[in-house]
Design a binder for this molecule. Structure first.
Ligand code: FES
Ligand code: FES
Length: 220
């Protein structure tokens, strides 16, 4: 039986009912978690550091800090779920040698190697490249600055006009030569046919890439 003899307690003005206290606390914690996650993400982007201790995402946050193996270096970077590898490389990691032409898998200007295979980086989600070896045009030259043999081929033959497409062609060629190091001109043309040149300088480009293949065979 309920005890009706006790007088009903009226909470004083400004005092929250007790059953609302846990909800207020939990909202406060959630907001604090979101702020903490944002602070960690921002600092990692600004300082591009591998020393940020953020292996565990903060409560209420989505994991955005990922580690990528780019040109042999482990790079910690703040990445959105829908972000493409080309965007990450160019605008987060400062590797602007990778060009963006069509941004929809048509021109090949954005070609990079992933585990030694050419890929259009404009059409790869950065998250899917975790744990794989990414090589950009910046990673081809040796540590002492000596150009890759295919890069040297461009200089030897004075290939390209405006050269906007150049890094994509070079990356595609380097990737193709890994599976066919001694191609005929027709084979190499077919092997790098996923790359376009708006200056229409294909014959000269192919000559430069063939020279690059020849240079590579001399050193391997
Ligand atoms: S920019 Fe990626 S294929 Fe054109
Ligand atoms: S040389 Fe200009 S786009 Fe190829």
């Amino acid at each position: 039986m309920p005890d009706d003899s006790r007088p009903e307690k009226t909470p004083p003005p400004n005092e929250k009912p007790q059953d609302e206290a846990p909800r207020a606390l939990s909202r406060r914690n959630l907001i604090k978690g979101v702020i903490a996650a944002g602070a960690v993400s921002s600092s990692a982007y600004l300082f591009r550091s591998t020393l940020v201790h953020a292996d565990q995402p903060a409560a209420g946050s989505v994991e955005r800090l990922v580690t990528l193996n780019v040109n042999g270096q482990m790079r910690r970077v703040d990445v959105m779920k829908q972000e493409t590898l080309a965007t990450t490389l160019r605008y987060k990691l400062g590797l602007t040698g990778t060009k963006l032409g069509c941004d929809r898998s048509e021109c090949g200007a954005c070609t990079v190697l992933i585990d030694d295979v050419p890929h259009y980086s404009c059409s790869i989600l950065t998250h899917t490249a975790r744990g794989r070896q990414i090589t950009t045009i910046e990673g081809l030259a040796s540590a002492d600055g000596k150009l890759h043999p295919v890069q040297q081929g461009v200089i030897d033959e004075q290939g390209f006009q405006c050269a906007f497409c150049m890094s994509g062609f070079i990356m595609a060629t380097v990737g193709y030569l890994k599976v066919n190091p001694n191609p005929t001109r027709a084979e190499l043309a077919h092997g790098i046919s996923g790359n376009l040149c708006r200056c229409q300088d294909y014959d000269k480009i192919l000559t430069a890439m063939m020279k690059g293949a020849e240079n590579l065979r001399k050193v391997t």
